[in-house]
Every structure is written in structure tokens, then in C-alpha cells.
Design a protein around this ligand. Sequence first.
Ligand code: DNO
Length: 365
Amino acid sequence: MRMVFRWFGENNDTVTLDQIKQIPGTEGIVWALHDVPAGEVWPLDKITEVHDLAKKYGLHTEVVESVNVHEDIKLGLPTRDQYIKNYIETIENLAKIGVKVICYNFMPVFDWARTDLFKELEDGSTALFFEQDKIHGVDPFDLVKLINQNSDLTMPGWEPERLAHLTSLFEAYKNVTEEDLWDNLKYFLDAIIPAAEKNGILMAVHPDDPPFPIFGLPRILNDQPGFRRLLSLHDSPANGITLCTGSLGAKPSNDIISMIHEFRGRIPFTHIRNVRVMDNGDFIETSHKTSDGTVDITGVVEAYHDTDFTGYCRPDHGRHIWGEQCRPGYGLYDRALGIMYLWGLWDAFSSQKKSSAGAASGEGK
Ligand code: DNO
């Protein structure tokens, strides 16, 4: 397991590279050119700038999250070919500085969504929260009206450039079914995976977050059968998964440990975090500790250990603790604590394995 840490850039993050460097066992940043709109080519000079900066702190830039997919690709419009061409050019540019994994997602219109950024937990810390009633039953066109009226309905993860076209996007998706989305994903993968292979890059799709359709938009990547189908769309090690335990864990029927075993070798990148799911389906992000949430983090790390996981891992989100002012979910303290918890589990499983191997060889003497 190779630990990395998401960093939004010098002007966009409260966490600094030298702080990241001091988190034990953390070798690189997970980064993106956040100011390049989806669909455009990432310029090599800007890519090199981030790479050189991270290198000064001894951190690598092997994992990118995300190169966003233009809506026209997800919609299957004729204009998609140009955007796919641009995507391939970005893959080629990223390979030039040694990028190994590109995370992306295939969620229509919205990326991850929450209804509250600072929901208070019992211990006084705050965390990202999703309340079903705030989203379900909301007509997408009413939502557009609400946003235009400056309603305080905030949805983190929304990209401003998409918000500006929300009405036309909802119109465009009106007749797009889940099967259409699958077809469009296959078309995209058939075009980009050979380019990724040629450039030594593994593509890793992120699950839908939350793991169910919102606002009537189709969402297809949020359970084991969905990921099985994804892998079969284009059979190549370069067609892989960003296995996010927090996203998948918000759907209690998901057996994440079984997924880790089944998809072994096709998970170049994982996000490990916990989430507490309530009886009504609301969920809140908790500390990484297994007993604090619904996801069996101990079992997840054990499954990775058992399957000799050598991919990249990030602690994903954390709570906001000790008064830290930071990007929602992306403070230093709780994510650093999460990393230490994950390493603690990993090291414990390693030493357990060593002592049982030792006992077995002792028996043989
Ligand atoms: C939220 C993240 C997502 C993720 C994208 C991947 O913090 O996990 O925004 O980066 O969905 O494409």
C-alpha cells in the first residue's frame, strides 16, 4: 500500500506541502489542474509546474484526481470525439512527468454531493453530511430555481462551470437511460484505454457518491455488479477502479470486502474512510476508526493486506477537528490521524503474517 494525500494547490489549500511531508509514510500528492475546465487539454507547462513543486518537498505526483469527463461524452453527443481527443492528449502529457494513475468519474452533471458541510458530531467536531429528505423528491428544475434565488442549499462538489448550464444539462439528460450511459462509457473506454496502456497509465473510475441516483439522473457505478460490468466493458489492467469505501459504504448492501477480493489486480487506487449510515439512509462521515461508523475499516485493510495490495491509498476525507479552518472534508488533522490508523492496522496485519509464517516454519523443523 502506497500512501498519498490530496492537495488542491498553493492557492487553494490550507494544508502545505511540508505538512504533508511530515505525515508518516506519505509519499506523494493526489492533484489536479482544478482551473482547467472539463474537456480541455491540460497544458504540459502547468503540469510540470505542480510536479516540480512537489518534487522540492520529496513528494511524487503519480496520482491525478480527477481528469473530469466532459458531459458531451457522458451524453454520447457527436461532439464527444473532440473531447476524447483532448482527453487522450492530457493522458499523454501526464505520462511525460511520470503519472501512473488517473482517477475520474462518470456521474452525470454532479460530482459528489452532500447537504451539509459542517454537521456537528457528538464530540463537537463537524463533518460532511447527507440528508435524504433534502434531495429526494426535489424536482431538478425546481432546484435550478432554488439556486437562482440564492437559496442556501449548498452542494459541495458542484463545479461552477456546470452550475451555469444546469437547466440545459437536465434537459439534455431527460431521455438518457442507464443503458445509454453504459454505452457511452464503453465508447469512452474503447477510445482512451489503448492510449492509457501505451502511456503506462492506469485509469481508475470513482464510484458514484452518494451511491444512488439523485435528481432523476442515471448513475451506474455504485455496487459490485456495476463494477463487474465496468471491468468487462474493456478488458485491460488499464481499465480499473478507484475503490472508495466511503462512497460505497453509504449503501449498506455493498460488501466492500468481497469487492476487494473479486477486483484484486484492478484497483490501482483506493480511498479509505468511514461513514455512519442511519436507519433512514442519511449518512455522516466519521473518524476512520472502525467502531465509529458502519464500514468495517479493519476488515477493509485486512482484505487489502490479504490480496497483497500495492496500489495507492488516500485517507480521503476527514472531520474538522481541533478548530481547524479548512476546505470541507480536507483538513490536515483528521486525515493525518486516519493515515496513522490505516498504517497501524496494516503493520499489525504484517506482523501477524510474519509470526504465523514463523510458527509454520518452526513446525516444519
Ligand atoms: C470527493 C472526491 C470526489 C472525487 C471524484 C473523482 O472528495 O472523492 O470529488 O474526487 O468524484 O472523480
